[in-house]
Ligand binder design. Structure first.
Ligand code: ATP
Length: 355
């Protein structure tokens, strides 16, 4: 197994007028579990298909270790793929479906049996190995597809494109942790495409966030949550996403309207910025807590496990996530504390400092 390296890889479906994937240079490290996360249409599937060889990129080169594979078709890349919907031989038994990728590559019978039993046990398929695949419900069929993707040792990568879409939500949690277990066992390089942040954050060693055809940030789940380097990551990760308050730097002070919120970081030129702070870190505090701002409560969502207190700083909404049973009432005047180490400034969507 080797790193997968993209050098200036980009793709346009319309002869270069628009780029579904903007030219990028990026390395997928061997044996790591990646989630490729982004909204619909941001280019996730295009990127995955370029790695698998289903699409030849318009520009750039791809390397699997020292071997260049840019023009090599899928069959020559030693890749395993799992798609959104089951891809199975319906008349074959579950066992034969799982064994197929191994038999096809002439693995010894004993090893085939060993691998099939191991994977089927981990995925909870051991009771249905003799059943014909078409007799399973679609969710279970998709688990067999997942097993087929994971059964081969020594693949260059396992590419999974929203593989749990048709699986029952309750079962998704179990499968994600099984997938992690299988990954620990096999050391495959996994690239898992999803638009669902929960899926990405629970599963991956590293989350690669894609927006509008470009990687905006990559990192461990905690890093993306605690330290977003781009407004998009602040919005897209978190529930609800990061509060973004338009502000101005003038005279060494960060201001929302006329009110000073805190000192401007050294060296940041005057001009517009946005203050980004997650609902989890804003505190309702006594007046004068610095940095911070006066606000008015506009409503409260009592979610059971926690409350979401909706406030307004000037005309800008700021949500505060507090313990359940908050004493706040609508229309109350409160003071919000923005902890300096968790409050960032963004300019042109890119982080440019802390408050
Ligand atoms: P989704 O989650 O909805 O599948 P995605 O993030 O996987 O989206 P892609 O399917 O890679 O995104 O699409 C990226 C962009 O390229 C989109 O604007 C899409 O409309 C466009 N696109 C994808 N496939 C084609 C194609 N075969 N021909 C023309 N445009 C395409």
């Amino acid at each position: 197994m080797a790193d997968i390296r993209l050098e200036g890889v980009g793709h346009s479906y319309d002869g270069g007028r628009t780029w579904a994937l903007k030219p990028m240079t990026w390395t997928w490290q061997s044996s790591r579990a990646y989630a490729l996360l982004g909204p619909s249409g941001c280019g996730k599937t295009t990127l995955l298909n370029i790695i698998s060889g289903l699409i030849t990129p318009t520009v750039g080169r791809i390397w699997f270790g020292e071997r260049e594979v840019t023009g090599v078709p899928t069959a020559g890349r030693n890749i395993a793929q799992v798609f959104q919907f089951p891809v199975l031989y319906e008349e074959m038994s579950v066992y034969d479906n799982l064994a197929f990728p191994l038999r096809n590559r002439k693995f010894p019978k004993k090893e085939v049996d060993q691998r099939v039993r191991q994977v089927s046990q981990l995925l909870g398929l051991d009771q249905v190995l003799r059943r014909r695949s078409r007799r399973l419900d679609p969710g279970r069929q998709q688990i067999v597809s997942l097993g087929r993707g994971l059964v081969r040792p020594q693949v260059a990568a396992v590419l999974l494109d929203e593989p749990l879409t048709v699986v029952d939500p309750a079962l998704k949690w179990t499968l994600r942790s099984k997938l992690k277990e299988i990954h620990r066992d096999t050391g495959h390089t996994l690239i898992y495409v999803t638009h669902d942040q929960t899926e990405a954050l629970t599963f991956a060693d590293e989350v690669v966030v894609l927006n509008d055809g470009a990687i905006v940030q990559a990192g461990e789940p905690a890093e993306l949550f605690l330290s977003p380097s781009h407004e998009f990551v602040g919005h897209f990760i978190g529930s609800p996403g990061m509060n973004m308050v338009p502000a101005e730097i003038a005279g060494g002070v960060v201001r929302v309207g006329a009110a000073g919120v805190g000192a401007a970081p050294d060296g940041l030129p005057p001009g517009p910025v946005r203050i980004g702070v997650r609902p989890e870190f804003v505190r309702i505090a006594g007046p004068g807590a610095s940095p911070g701002a006066g606000a008015t409560v506009t409503g409260i969502d009592r979610m059971g496990a926690y409350d979401l207190v909706h406030t307004r700083v000037g005309e800008h909404p700021v949500i505060v996530k507090t313990e359940a049973g908050s004493a706040c009432e609508p229309d109350a005047a409160v003071f919000l504390h923005f902890p300096a180490d968790r409050t960032f400034l963004f300019r042109d969507e890119v982080r440019c400092g802390s408050l």
